[in-house]
Design a protein around this ligand. Structure first.
Ligand code: SF4
Length: 677
């Protein structure tokens, strides 16, 4: 997806000027108020509120203070009231709005019925009407103009943010009537430029994002223009409102912003959209170039606007420029932390200049708690992302300053083929994001030596990696753990083949279990531990004895270097129970055993794991037995007498019959003893 920013978007001259005035006031005075919210942008208003700027709704009741009249302007009665109540007025009415107010007053004085094309609820329109002593009529659209019943001469002026087409339609409707119509197009060029740019852009894209306050008249009009072009349009106030579903199957997305939208919000929106963009970096460049071109044009455009406004503005502008040091995009500077909030950090960078670090630009990993990362008063290096020339507010990044510094050591690490460690911070499509001072990327195929099905299991783990690619322009690094593991594997393999001999005891890790045994990693060489070599006793499955990952000691039974095969034993490193049978089961002793197998000539019984004895068919009972299963069953516990032990042959002869004979003998003896007694 390509993200394209409109040629003209964001803060206009008038809004910027109003903000400048408030900032100036804040530097000189403790208490600053605005008459109503300074601009129709909740984020900016909130930021100002955090700096202590209060919005006054009613001058009649508020305590007198220094009050800034916002760019929308007000009627003459507001100035009078402020003066009477002892307010100090700082007039930030946009010069373009002032021009409309003056036109309205002049036409009224000349006996015209003034018609203001615009939104009668908008404070700017209400202020304009007030300058006619309330005589002006407000016309919202062509229909309302057609319904007017007027005579004589009328003067049509417009709200500065009105759509050009609406003014044209109203004008045409008035010209249909028998009226003397004077039309003065008072639509502000900044508004017109944003609307034209939006119109131009919407024709090239599949989806439009319009940024600005929901109650911002000019933003709503931009959204309306885009919607009317038949392109899906999303009006958002802040970057968090973006939804990636907006951009499903979208090739090109356009971004525009109302005149009250600051550049740092636009920047964040473009950045977020670019992150969903597979050609992220390429598109960032496009957006940046367009933004740069836009800023340049905006400055030129404002120069023209300033010429219109007269020399006093030029002087103010010059003074302003002198007071504000210029910074270049990409410049590394040091600033002092002035304020820390959840969303951003305010930085003083010298002179009158301040900058903002959005939350996502504070550290390589977006912090949970910004205050744990930076503290008020701390001096930190930052990189200028966007030079906001008009008011000196810069868009800054601490993250990129850290990354820039880190890239130096990472480049050296790559040259030295150093192994780096880094925590996995996220599993994303196609790989893992790891924190190595910057956020690097490990492709899924470079996580392990083999295929990895579930990448989520690595989140929070620390990997050892080497850098495969590094891009210090974009602060990117692609890493591989597989390379490290493969090198270690090959080294260990070589060493193991060099050392391994039959009859050795070695340590290894159970790598894989099968029905017939286990593969044990001896260090780059896998040996087969057959199930029959796992225990002196009987086991049904290798899992009865081992599990994958177990570190065990094994006995090397056989080494075949040609076929690269190693056979292992486990029971050989365990105590052999036959070594102690004579001691534990002396001949003549009576013991409990378990029948484990039947044959035609008798039954085998287990004394302990790995030690079986035979109960011959003739010893199964004190009578003749045709088949062993007639008297015993597998799993049955029986009492036997140890008749004989041949340790060398690993044979033990057992007898049930002898036990019965002994019992009988005892009973007879007992009877005889009683008789004699
Ligand atoms: S849109 Fe135009 S008239 Fe309105 S504040 Fe901005 S520059 Fe002034």
């Amino acid at each position: 997806m390509q993200v394209i920013l409109a040629e003209h978007a964001g803060f206009c001259f008038g809004v910027q000027k109003a903000l400048d005035k408030v900032e100036e006031e804040l530097q000189k005075h403790d208490h600053v108020s605005t008459y109503g919210p300074l601009i129709h942008n909740p984020q900016v208003v909130e930021r100002l509120a955090q700096q202590g700027v209060q919005a006054i709704e009613d001058l009649h009741t508020a305590n007198p203070t220094r009050v800034v009249i916002r760019s929308h302007g007000v009627g003459p009665e507001v100035y009078s009231c402020a003066e009477q109540r002892g307010f100090t007025v700082i007039d930030a009415t946009c010069p373009f709005v002032k021009k409309v107010q003056k036109a309205a007053q002049r036409f009224t004085d000349q006996g015209y019925q003034v018609l203001v094309a615009g939104d009668r609820e908008h404070p700017e329109v209400q202020g304009i009407v007030a300058w006619t002593g309330g005589k002006a009529l407000v016309v919202a659209n062509q229909k309302e103009a057609e319904a007017l019943n007027l005579l004589g001469k009328v003067a049509l002026i417009a709200q500065t943010t009105l759509k050009e087409s609406t003014l044209r339609e109203i004008s045409q409707a008035l010209h249909q009537k028998e009226l003397q119509v004077e039309v003065e197009n008072t639509i502000c060029s900044a508004t017109a430029k944003r609307q034209e740019a939006a119109q131009k852009l919407v024709e090239q894209v599949d989806v439009m994002v319009v940024i600005g306050g929901r109650n911002s008249s000019n933003t709503k009009k931009l959204a309306q223009i885009c919607q009317e072009a038949g392109v899906p349009t999303y009006h958002i106030e802040k970057p968090e409102e973006l939804d990636c579903h907006y951009f499903k199957n979208v090739q090109k997305a356009g971004v525009t912003a109302g005149a009250s939208t600051p550049h740092w919000i636009i920047e964040e929106v473009v950045q977020r959209m670019s992150e969903w963009n597979q050609e992220e970096n390429e598109n960032k460049e496009i957006a940046t170039e367009q933004e740069a071109a836009k800023v340049e044009e905006e400055v030129t455009s404002q120069d023209v606007e300033m010429e219109d406004m007269g020399s006093s503005f030029e002087e103010t502008f010059k003074k302003y420029e002198e007071e504000h040091k210029k910074y270049e995009e990409g410049q590394l500077i040091t600033g002092e932390v002035v304020k820390v909030s959840y969303d951003e950090v305010l930085i003083h960078v010298g002179g009158k200049s301040e900058g903002v670090i959005p939350r996502r630009e504070i550290a390589p990993r977006v912090p949970e708690n910004v205050e744990e990362i930076v503290k008020v008063g701390q001096k930190i290096p930052v990189i200028v992302l966007r030079a906001e020339n008009e008011d000196g507010t810069l868009l800054l990044s601490r993250r990129r300053a850290i990354e820039k510094e880190k890239m130096v050591s990472l480049k050296e690490a790559k040259e030295r083929e150093e192994i780096l460690t880094g925590e996995v911070v996220a599993a994303v499509k196609g790989g893992l994001r790891v924190d190595i001072g910057i956020i690097g990327f490990v492709p899924a195929s470079h996580v392990e030596r083999g295929f990895v099905e579930n990448l989520d299991q690595y989140v929070g783990q620390t990997l050892r990696m080497k850098i495969m690619e590094i891009d210090d322009q974009r602060n990117n690094a692609v890493l591989s753990q597989k390379v490290v593991l493969e090198e270690e594997y090959q080294k260990a393999r070589k060493e193991t083949w060099g050392e391994i001999e039959e009859h050795q005891k070695r340590r290894g890790t159970v790598r894989r279990l099968t029905d017939f045994g286990a593969f044990v990693d001896l260090g780059g060489v896998d040996g087969l531990l057959h199930i029959s070599e796992m225990s002196w006793g009987r086991i049904k499955h290798p899992g009865d004895v081992l599990k994958e990952g177990d570190l065990i000691e094994v006995y090397v039974l056989k080494v075949d270097r040609d076929k690269e095969k190693v056979s292992l034993g486990l029971k050989q490193v365990l105590p052999n129970p036959w070594d102690t049978v004579a001691e534990k089961y002396p001949i003549g002793s009576i013991i409990e055993v378990t029948v484990v197998r039947l044959t035609t000539f008798g039954a085998f019984a287990e004394l302990e794991p790995g030690v079986d004895g035979l109960i011959h068919i003739s010893q199964l009972a004190d009578r003749r037995v045709n088949k062993p299963e007639d008297v015993v069953a597998v799993g049955q516990q029986v009492t036997v007498k140890v008749l004989d032990i041949k340790e060398d042959e690993r044979r033990i002869s057992l007898s049930i019959r002898a036990v019965q004979d002994d019992q009988e003998q005892e009973e007879v003896q007992s009877y005889l003893d009683n008789q004699e007694g």
